[in-house]
Design a protein around this ligand. Sequence first.
Ligand code: CO
Length: 192
Amino acid sequence: EIIPYPHPTLRHVSKPIRRVDQELINIIRSMFDAMYEARGIGLAANQVDLPLRFFIVNLEAERGKGDELVFINPVVSHPKGSEESEEGCLSLPGLYGDVVRPKSIRVNAYSLEGKEVTIDATGMLARVIQHELDHLNGVLFIDKLSEAKQASFRDALDEFEVDFNSRRSTGSVPSDEELTARRTDWENRYCR
Ligand code: CO
């Protein structure tokens, strides 16, 4: 399930993964399903409440089309140029805003098979990689908008907070302590 703003795991800085097992492979498969259902092109692990350093991408947003990319422990370098373009986020449904980012980047990561991959990305791929890497560092695209745009989002963000708090009061979202304990469990299993 994709967690919405302001779920605290969206602000968690994810730790590098040390091992991949069948359970993680199964989780990644269901993440692709969740992403396609939401018509998204990228999804970071902490958007499904996992504190692990990976994200998935498929620019076609559809099963059976395009490439299903998994970036484990990604490192971005060689930023070039600058471009402003509209972004949205599956954790902030309905909100869109222009974000300035480098036009092209290089990303080094591991694939699900444990192979080291280097991709020189530009355009939409470069943008989605940078957006998802931000997630792994606890950063959301709304943090990068102009002040005027941020101000225009204030009511919408308040609404997200009201929704979140009401789901918490009914017990469908665990307490901060419970969420922290769960994240620590995942980190103990995959990050050490
Ligand atoms: Co996002």
